[in-house]
Design a binder for this molecule. Structure first.
Ligand SMILES: Nc1ncnc2c1ncn2[C@@H]1O[C@H](COP(=O)(O)OP(=O)(O)O)[C@@H](O)[C@H]1O
Length: 183
């Protein structure tokens, strides 16, 4: 089973999947690294300082890499919802996100673009459009370990057909930054 861990940059996808990697419970693909390492992109966006992934090629490569030795492969990327049917969307309050992205040295424009995307639920909406099952976690006041524990619970629910309960608890649309951010 392929499960995407998606979300706006800075919401914690890498921190969460790196910690999960240490537990060796899941096969984990860090998709952005793979795209750069294997050149799975069609162009380089100089202005945004990023690459434009060739999603057909990327999807094919991910399917090749899915390991039969693990029941679950986690796909870490803000693009994972274009590939996986099950996705967990990590959310972070835009004010907290601003601090995280500023620490990364992002330009003001890049920070604002990402904060708008988070505040407007862009990745959540795309996920609901593209994926069969979508879960949403507000990680703002959580530790990485707490987020990992919830991801574990959701994946276990998916494996045991117990996703209904998880779905109620982490249903998409439960996070709303509009009041906090647009007042
Ligand atoms: N509850 C949390 N879940 C995930 N990351 C968190 C959490 N709280 C704080 N963080 C921190 O936020 C940062 C998120 O960065 P990163 O994992 O690279 O994000 P992304 O991969 O989504 O771009 C990390 O420094 C991480 O330690």
């Amino acid at each position: 089973m392929l499960v995407g861990i998606t979300g706006t940059p800075g919401t914690g996808k890498t921190a969460v999947t790196r910690l999960l990697e240490r537990k060796r419970q899941y096969h984990i693909i860090h998709l952005n690294e793979l795209i750069r390492k294997e050149g799975l992109y069609s162009e380089v966006d100089q202005e945004r300082d990023c690459v434009v992934a060739d999603m057909d090629v990327v999807e094919k490569r991910v399917k090749e890499l899915i390991s039969n030795s693990y029941p679950v492969t986690l796909l870490d990327s803000h693009l994972s919802h274009y590939i996986a049917d099950n996705v967990i969307v990590l959310r972070t309050n835009p004010y907290t996100l601003r601090e995280r992205l500023a620490k990364r040295g992002y330009s003001v424009e890049k920070i604002e673009e990402n904060l708008d995307a988070e505040a407007l639920d862009v990745i959540l909406v795309e996920s609901v459009e593209w994926c069969e099952r979508v879960f949403e976690i507000d990680t703002t006041d959580m530790s990485v370990e707490e987020t990992v524990a919830i991801v574990d619970d959701i994946v276990e629910g998916l494996l045991k057909d117990g996703e209904q309960e998880m779905h109620l608890r982490y249903k998409p649309g439960s996070v709303d930054w509009s009041e906090a951010f647009f007042d």
